[in-house]
Design a protein. Structure first.
Length: 390
Protein backbone atom coordinates (compact mmCIF):
# COMPACT_ATOMS: atom_id res chain seq x y z
CA UNK A 1 0.00 0.00 0.00
CA UNK A 2 1.37 3.40 -1.03
CA UNK A 3 0.31 6.50 0.91
CA UNK A 4 1.00 10.18 0.28
CA UNK A 5 -0.11 12.98 2.61
CA UNK A 6 -0.57 16.45 1.11
CA UNK A 7 -0.71 18.94 3.97
CA UNK A 8 -0.65 22.65 4.71
CA UNK A 9 -3.09 23.36 1.87
CA UNK A 10 -6.37 25.03 1.04
CA UNK A 11 -8.63 22.20 -0.12
CA UNK A 12 -11.19 23.15 -2.81
CA UNK A 13 -13.33 20.05 -3.17
CA UNK A 14 -15.46 21.27 -6.12
CA UNK A 15 -18.30 19.05 -4.89
CA UNK A 16 -21.93 20.15 -4.88
CA UNK A 17 -21.44 21.99 -1.59
CA UNK A 18 -18.27 23.70 -2.89
CA UNK A 19 -16.56 22.85 0.39
CA UNK A 20 -13.32 24.72 1.10
CA UNK A 21 -11.11 24.32 4.13
CA UNK A 22 -7.53 24.53 5.38
CA UNK A 23 -6.20 21.05 6.00
CA UNK A 24 -4.85 17.94 4.32
CA UNK A 25 -5.64 15.15 1.88
CA UNK A 26 -4.41 11.55 2.22
CA UNK A 27 -3.88 9.51 -0.96
CA UNK A 28 -3.79 5.75 -0.68
CA UNK A 29 -2.77 3.79 -3.76
CA UNK A 30 -4.99 5.21 -6.55
CA UNK A 31 -7.77 6.66 -4.34
CA UNK A 32 -8.37 9.53 -1.95
CA UNK A 33 -8.40 7.81 1.44
CA UNK A 34 -9.35 10.77 3.63
CA UNK A 35 -9.51 14.57 3.85
CA UNK A 36 -9.62 16.70 6.93
CA UNK A 37 -8.78 19.76 8.97
CA UNK A 38 -6.56 20.01 12.01
CA UNK A 39 -3.86 17.47 12.84
CA UNK A 40 -3.07 15.22 9.84
CA UNK A 41 -2.49 11.47 10.18
CA UNK A 42 1.01 10.08 10.31
CA UNK A 43 2.43 9.22 6.89
CA UNK A 44 5.89 8.30 5.65
CA UNK A 45 5.57 10.34 2.44
CA UNK A 46 4.51 13.95 2.99
CA UNK A 47 4.18 16.80 0.52
CA UNK A 48 4.06 20.24 2.11
CA UNK A 49 1.72 22.40 0.06
CA UNK A 50 3.10 25.60 1.63
CA UNK A 51 -0.36 27.15 1.83
CA UNK A 52 -1.25 26.45 -1.80
CA UNK A 53 -4.60 25.34 -3.22
CA UNK A 54 -5.46 21.71 -3.94
CA UNK A 55 -8.20 21.06 -6.51
CA UNK A 56 -9.38 18.02 -8.41
CA UNK A 57 -7.53 17.34 -11.64
CA UNK A 58 -8.87 19.34 -14.56
CA UNK A 59 -11.04 17.62 -17.19
CA UNK A 60 -11.50 18.62 -20.83
CA UNK A 61 -14.47 16.64 -22.15
CA UNK A 62 -13.69 17.41 -25.81
CA UNK A 63 -10.24 17.14 -27.37
CA UNK A 64 -8.25 15.46 -30.11
CA UNK A 65 -5.20 14.87 -27.93
CA UNK A 66 -2.87 12.31 -29.44
CA UNK A 67 -4.84 12.14 -32.69
CA UNK A 68 -3.15 15.25 -34.10
CA UNK A 69 0.45 15.03 -33.00
CA UNK A 70 2.59 17.96 -32.02
CA UNK A 71 4.83 19.29 -34.77
CA UNK A 72 3.63 16.87 -37.46
CA UNK A 73 1.49 17.28 -40.55
CA UNK A 74 -0.18 14.44 -42.44
CA UNK A 75 2.02 11.87 -40.70
CA UNK A 76 0.51 12.66 -37.30
CA UNK A 77 -3.05 13.51 -38.37
CA UNK A 78 -5.30 10.59 -37.43
CA UNK A 79 -8.55 12.29 -36.45
CA UNK A 80 -10.57 12.40 -39.69
CA UNK A 81 -11.21 9.43 -41.99
CA UNK A 82 -12.70 11.65 -44.68
CA UNK A 83 -13.12 8.86 -47.24
CA UNK A 84 -16.57 7.88 -45.94
CA UNK A 85 -19.09 10.23 -44.30
CA UNK A 86 -20.42 7.53 -41.93
CA UNK A 87 -17.76 5.88 -39.75
CA UNK A 88 -19.15 5.02 -36.29
CA UNK A 89 -16.98 1.88 -36.20
CA UNK A 90 -13.76 3.93 -35.90
CA UNK A 91 -12.33 4.07 -32.38
CA UNK A 92 -10.28 7.01 -31.17
CA UNK A 93 -8.13 4.69 -29.05
CA UNK A 94 -6.78 3.08 -32.24
CA UNK A 95 -5.32 6.41 -33.37
CA UNK A 96 -4.08 7.98 -30.12
CA UNK A 97 -0.33 8.30 -29.53
CA UNK A 98 0.19 8.59 -25.73
CA UNK A 99 3.83 9.56 -26.38
CA UNK A 100 2.74 12.82 -28.02
CA UNK A 101 4.18 15.83 -26.18
CA UNK A 102 0.67 17.23 -25.71
CA UNK A 103 0.02 14.69 -22.95
CA UNK A 104 3.00 15.90 -20.92
CA UNK A 105 2.03 19.55 -21.40
CA UNK A 106 -1.56 18.76 -20.40
CA UNK A 107 -0.36 17.13 -17.17
CA UNK A 108 1.90 20.08 -16.41
CA UNK A 109 -1.14 22.38 -16.73
CA UNK A 110 -3.15 20.27 -14.27
CA UNK A 111 -5.25 18.39 -16.85
CA UNK A 112 -5.64 14.82 -15.64
CA UNK A 113 -8.57 13.54 -17.75
CA UNK A 114 -9.56 14.14 -21.38
CA UNK A 115 -12.18 12.89 -23.77
CA UNK A 116 -10.46 12.20 -27.08
CA UNK A 117 -12.74 12.46 -30.08
CA UNK A 118 -12.49 11.87 -33.82
CA UNK A 119 -12.70 15.06 -35.83
CA UNK A 120 -15.72 16.71 -37.41
CA UNK A 121 -15.25 15.91 -41.10
CA UNK A 122 -17.92 13.21 -41.07
CA UNK A 123 -21.59 13.38 -40.02
CA UNK A 124 -20.78 10.30 -37.92
CA UNK A 125 -17.13 10.34 -37.00
CA UNK A 126 -16.52 7.48 -34.59
CA UNK A 127 -16.13 6.48 -30.97
CA UNK A 128 -14.89 8.89 -28.29
CA UNK A 129 -12.74 7.66 -25.40
CA UNK A 130 -12.31 9.11 -21.90
CA UNK A 131 -8.68 8.84 -20.76
CA UNK A 132 -6.32 9.77 -17.98
CA UNK A 133 -3.41 11.84 -19.29
CA UNK A 134 -0.69 9.66 -17.73
CA UNK A 135 0.54 6.46 -19.34
CA UNK A 136 2.50 4.96 -22.19
CA UNK A 137 -0.16 2.51 -23.45
CA UNK A 138 -3.63 3.84 -24.22
CA UNK A 139 -5.29 0.65 -22.94
CA UNK A 140 -3.97 1.45 -19.44
CA UNK A 141 -5.25 5.05 -19.60
CA UNK A 142 -8.89 4.41 -20.56
CA UNK A 143 -11.61 5.36 -18.11
CA UNK A 144 -14.48 4.70 -20.50
CA UNK A 145 -14.54 3.63 -24.15
CA UNK A 146 -16.73 4.31 -25.90
CA UNK A 147 -17.78 7.33 -23.90
CA UNK A 148 -19.80 8.65 -26.84
CA UNK A 149 -20.30 8.62 -30.59
CA UNK A 150 -19.14 11.73 -32.42
CA UNK A 151 -21.62 13.43 -34.77
CA UNK A 152 -20.97 16.62 -36.74
CA UNK A 153 -23.41 19.14 -38.17
CA UNK A 154 -22.93 22.37 -40.06
CA UNK A 155 -20.07 23.63 -42.16
CA UNK A 156 -17.37 21.02 -41.50
CA UNK A 157 -18.95 17.97 -43.18
CA UNK A 158 -20.46 20.25 -45.86
CA UNK A 159 -17.09 21.70 -46.82
CA UNK A 160 -15.22 18.37 -46.72
CA UNK A 161 -17.64 16.53 -49.00
CA UNK A 162 -18.42 19.51 -51.23
CA UNK A 163 -14.78 19.38 -52.27
CA UNK A 164 -15.21 15.68 -53.10
CA UNK A 165 -18.44 16.24 -55.04
CA UNK A 166 -20.38 13.74 -52.95
CA UNK A 167 -22.94 13.78 -50.15
CA UNK A 168 -23.35 15.54 -47.83
CA UNK A 169 -23.09 19.02 -49.30
CA UNK A 170 -26.12 20.39 -47.44
CA UNK A 171 -27.32 20.40 -43.85
CA UNK A 172 -30.32 18.35 -45.00
CA UNK A 173 -28.09 15.58 -46.34
CA UNK A 174 -25.96 15.58 -43.19
CA UNK A 175 -29.01 15.03 -40.98
CA UNK A 176 -30.46 12.48 -43.40
CA UNK A 177 -27.28 10.38 -43.36
CA UNK A 178 -27.29 10.35 -39.54
CA UNK A 179 -30.97 9.38 -39.39
CA UNK A 180 -30.56 6.65 -42.00
CA UNK A 181 -27.73 5.03 -40.08
CA UNK A 182 -29.58 5.23 -36.76
CA UNK A 183 -32.71 3.68 -38.29
CA UNK A 184 -30.58 0.87 -39.73
CA UNK A 185 -29.04 0.31 -36.31
CA UNK A 186 -32.50 0.08 -34.69
CA UNK A 187 -33.61 -2.50 -37.24
CA UNK A 188 -30.32 -4.39 -36.88
CA UNK A 189 -30.84 -4.57 -33.12
CA UNK A 190 -34.46 -5.75 -33.57
CA UNK A 191 -33.33 -8.54 -35.90
CA UNK A 192 -30.63 -9.63 -33.45
CA UNK A 193 -33.21 -9.67 -30.63
CA UNK A 194 -35.69 -11.69 -32.72
CA UNK A 195 -32.99 -14.21 -33.61
CA UNK A 196 -32.07 -14.57 -29.95
CA UNK A 197 -35.69 -15.23 -28.97
CA UNK A 198 -36.58 -17.46 -31.94
CA UNK A 199 -34.13 -20.18 -33.09
CA UNK A 200 -35.86 -20.23 -36.50
CA UNK A 201 -34.82 -16.63 -37.12
CA UNK A 202 -31.38 -16.01 -38.67
CA UNK A 203 -28.97 -13.51 -37.15
CA UNK A 204 -28.35 -10.50 -39.38
CA UNK A 205 -24.99 -10.41 -41.12
CA UNK A 206 -22.40 -8.73 -38.94
CA UNK A 207 -22.16 -4.98 -39.63
CA UNK A 208 -19.40 -3.12 -37.81
CA UNK A 209 -21.04 0.29 -38.32
CA UNK A 210 -24.37 -0.81 -36.87
CA UNK A 211 -22.72 -2.73 -34.02
CA UNK A 212 -20.88 0.45 -33.03
CA UNK A 213 -24.17 2.36 -32.72
CA UNK A 214 -25.87 -0.16 -30.40
CA UNK A 215 -24.39 1.24 -27.13
CA UNK A 216 -25.76 4.62 -28.22
CA UNK A 217 -29.28 3.23 -28.69
CA UNK A 218 -29.05 1.34 -25.40
CA UNK A 219 -28.16 4.50 -23.50
CA UNK A 220 -24.70 3.22 -22.59
CA UNK A 221 -22.93 5.89 -24.66
CA UNK A 222 -23.70 9.55 -25.31
CA UNK A 223 -24.20 11.38 -28.58
CA UNK A 224 -21.70 14.25 -28.83
CA UNK A 225 -22.94 16.64 -31.53
CA UNK A 226 -20.48 19.12 -33.02
CA UNK A 227 -22.79 22.10 -33.63
CA UNK A 228 -21.99 25.81 -33.75
CA UNK A 229 -25.09 27.52 -35.16
CA UNK A 230 -28.36 27.62 -33.25
CA UNK A 231 -30.24 25.83 -36.02
CA UNK A 232 -27.67 23.03 -36.00
CA UNK A 233 -28.02 22.71 -32.23
CA UNK A 234 -31.75 22.21 -32.59
CA UNK A 235 -31.25 19.70 -35.40
CA UNK A 236 -29.05 17.73 -32.99
CA UNK A 237 -31.76 17.80 -30.33
CA UNK A 238 -34.42 16.83 -32.86
CA UNK A 239 -32.43 13.76 -33.90
CA UNK A 240 -31.66 12.89 -30.28
CA UNK A 241 -35.34 12.95 -29.37
CA UNK A 242 -36.28 10.80 -32.37
CA UNK A 243 -33.92 8.04 -31.26
CA UNK A 244 -33.86 8.51 -27.49
CA UNK A 245 -30.21 9.57 -27.41
CA UNK A 246 -28.41 11.33 -24.56
CA UNK A 247 -27.20 14.41 -26.40
CA UNK A 248 -24.29 16.70 -25.53
CA UNK A 249 -23.73 19.84 -27.60
CA UNK A 250 -20.07 20.35 -28.46
CA UNK A 251 -18.91 23.96 -29.11
CA UNK A 252 -22.41 25.52 -29.15
CA UNK A 253 -21.03 28.84 -30.40
CA UNK A 254 -24.53 30.32 -30.72
CA UNK A 255 -25.97 28.48 -27.70
CA UNK A 256 -25.97 31.67 -25.61
CA UNK A 257 -28.32 33.27 -28.16
CA UNK A 258 -30.94 30.59 -27.41
CA UNK A 259 -29.98 29.85 -23.81
CA UNK A 260 -33.55 30.14 -22.53
CA UNK A 261 -34.73 27.49 -25.01
CA UNK A 262 -31.79 25.18 -24.30
CA UNK A 263 -32.37 25.43 -20.55
CA UNK A 264 -35.79 23.87 -21.10
CA UNK A 265 -34.13 20.93 -22.87
CA UNK A 266 -31.76 20.16 -19.97
CA UNK A 267 -28.94 19.47 -22.44
CA UNK A 268 -25.27 20.07 -21.52
CA UNK A 269 -23.11 22.37 -23.62
CA UNK A 270 -19.34 22.00 -23.92
CA UNK A 271 -18.38 25.59 -24.69
CA UNK A 272 -15.34 26.57 -26.70
CA UNK A 273 -12.86 27.10 -28.04
CA UNK A 274 -13.34 30.84 -27.81
CA UNK A 275 -9.61 31.77 -27.69
CA UNK A 276 -9.47 31.66 -31.48
CA UNK A 277 -10.38 33.63 -34.57
CA UNK A 278 -13.68 33.51 -36.43
CA UNK A 279 -12.27 31.27 -39.14
CA UNK A 280 -15.62 30.38 -40.71
CA UNK A 281 -19.07 32.00 -41.00
CA UNK A 282 -20.73 29.88 -38.29
CA UNK A 283 -18.33 31.39 -35.71
CA UNK A 284 -19.49 34.96 -36.21
CA UNK A 285 -21.09 35.07 -32.74
CA UNK A 286 -18.01 33.69 -30.95
CA UNK A 287 -17.55 35.38 -27.55
CA UNK A 288 -15.76 34.86 -24.24
CA UNK A 289 -19.07 35.71 -22.54
CA UNK A 290 -20.79 32.52 -23.74
CA UNK A 291 -19.93 30.10 -20.87
CA UNK A 292 -21.00 32.62 -18.24
CA UNK A 293 -24.28 33.34 -20.03
CA UNK A 294 -25.02 29.61 -20.36
CA UNK A 295 -24.36 29.01 -16.66
CA UNK A 296 -26.59 31.91 -15.67
CA UNK A 297 -29.38 30.34 -17.75
CA UNK A 298 -29.04 27.12 -15.73
CA UNK A 299 -27.42 25.05 -18.47
CA UNK A 300 -24.79 22.46 -17.43
CA UNK A 301 -21.71 24.06 -18.98
CA UNK A 302 -18.24 22.66 -19.49
CA UNK A 303 -15.32 24.49 -21.10
CA UNK A 304 -13.06 23.06 -23.80
CA UNK A 305 -10.04 24.36 -25.69
CA UNK A 306 -10.53 21.73 -28.42
CA UNK A 307 -6.88 20.64 -28.47
CA UNK A 308 -4.98 21.09 -30.75
CA UNK A 309 -7.06 24.08 -31.90
CA UNK A 310 -5.90 25.66 -28.64
CA UNK A 311 -3.30 23.59 -26.73
CA UNK A 312 -4.55 21.89 -23.58
CA UNK A 313 -1.85 23.62 -21.56
CA UNK A 314 -3.94 26.81 -21.98
CA UNK A 315 -7.13 25.39 -20.46
CA UNK A 316 -6.67 27.43 -17.23
CA UNK A 317 -6.24 30.55 -19.39
CA UNK A 318 -9.59 29.86 -21.08
CA UNK A 319 -11.22 29.89 -17.64
CA UNK A 320 -9.57 33.19 -16.77
CA UNK A 321 -10.94 34.79 -19.95
CA UNK A 322 -14.43 33.48 -19.21
CA UNK A 323 -14.27 34.93 -15.69
CA UNK A 324 -13.03 38.27 -17.04
CA UNK A 325 -16.05 38.23 -19.38
CA UNK A 326 -18.50 37.70 -16.51
CA UNK A 327 -18.48 34.02 -15.58
CA UNK A 328 -18.65 33.22 -11.87
CA UNK A 329 -15.31 31.85 -10.58
CA UNK A 330 -16.86 28.76 -9.03
CA UNK A 331 -18.81 28.02 -12.22
CA UNK A 332 -15.57 28.37 -14.19
CA UNK A 333 -13.73 25.79 -12.07
CA UNK A 334 -16.72 23.48 -12.10
CA UNK A 335 -16.72 23.73 -15.91
CA UNK A 336 -13.46 21.75 -15.95
CA UNK A 337 -14.05 19.50 -12.92
CA UNK A 338 -17.44 18.43 -11.60
CA UNK A 339 -19.57 19.37 -14.64
CA UNK A 340 -17.60 17.39 -17.26
CA UNK A 341 -17.43 14.51 -14.78
CA UNK A 342 -21.23 14.54 -14.58
CA UNK A 343 -21.57 14.82 -18.37
CA UNK A 344 -19.40 11.72 -18.70
CA UNK A 345 -21.35 9.88 -16.01
CA UNK A 346 -18.11 9.52 -14.03
CA UNK A 347 -18.87 11.82 -11.10
CA UNK A 348 -18.35 8.91 -8.70
CA UNK A 349 -14.67 8.74 -9.74
CA UNK A 350 -13.41 12.11 -11.01
CA UNK A 351 -14.18 15.82 -10.77
CA UNK A 352 -14.14 16.38 -7.00
CA UNK A 353 -11.99 15.77 -3.93
CA UNK A 354 -13.66 13.39 -1.52
CA UNK A 355 -13.03 10.02 0.04
CA UNK A 356 -13.15 7.14 -2.43
CA UNK A 357 -12.58 9.25 -5.54
CA UNK A 358 -9.69 8.68 -7.94
CA UNK A 359 -6.56 10.31 -6.56
CA UNK A 360 -6.33 12.92 -9.34
CA UNK A 361 -5.45 16.30 -7.88
CA UNK A 362 -3.52 19.47 -8.64
CA UNK A 363 -1.53 21.57 -6.19
CA UNK A 364 -1.48 25.25 -7.18
CA UNK A 365 0.73 27.93 -5.67
CA UNK A 366 -2.36 30.13 -5.20
CA UNK A 367 -5.74 30.86 -6.76
CA UNK A 368 -5.97 28.67 -9.91
CA UNK A 369 -7.63 31.57 -11.75
CA UNK A 370 -4.80 34.03 -11.05
CA UNK A 371 -2.49 34.44 -14.04
CA UNK A 372 0.59 34.38 -11.77
CA UNK A 373 -0.33 31.05 -10.13
CA UNK A 374 1.88 28.06 -10.92
CA UNK A 375 1.05 24.36 -10.94
CA UNK A 376 3.27 22.91 -8.21
CA UNK A 377 2.38 19.22 -8.40
CA UNK A 378 -0.01 16.89 -10.23
CA UNK A 379 -1.17 13.48 -9.03
CA UNK A 380 -2.94 11.00 -11.33
CA UNK A 381 -4.25 7.77 -9.85
CA UNK A 382 -2.22 8.58 -6.74
CA UNK A 383 1.11 8.81 -8.59
CA UNK A 384 3.08 12.05 -8.65
CA UNK A 385 3.17 12.75 -12.39
CA UNK A 386 4.57 16.30 -12.26
CA UNK A 387 6.49 18.35 -9.70
CA UNK A 388 7.59 21.90 -10.44
CA UNK A 389 11.31 22.31 -9.91
CA UNK A 390 11.96 25.80 -11.23
Amino acid sequence: MKQTLIQNIQVWTMDEQDTRFSGWVLLEDDKIAATGEGRPPACAEVLDGEGGVLTPGLIDIHSHLGLYEDGLGFEGADGNEDTDPVTPQLRAIDGINPMDRGFQEAREAGVTTVAVSPGSANPIGGQIALLKTAGRRVDDMVLKAPLAIKFALGENPKSVYHDKDEAPVTRMATAALIREQLYKAKEYFSRKARAEDDPDQDDPDYDSKLEALLPLLWGKAEAHFHAHRADDIFTALRIAKEFGLRAVIIHGTEAHLVADLLAEEHVPVVCGPYMTDRSKPELRHLTDEAPGLLCKAGIPTAVTVDHPEIPLRLLPMALMLAVRAGMDKIDALRAVTSVPAQIAGMENRIGSLREGMDADCVLWSGDPLDITTQVQAVFINGALEYRRTR
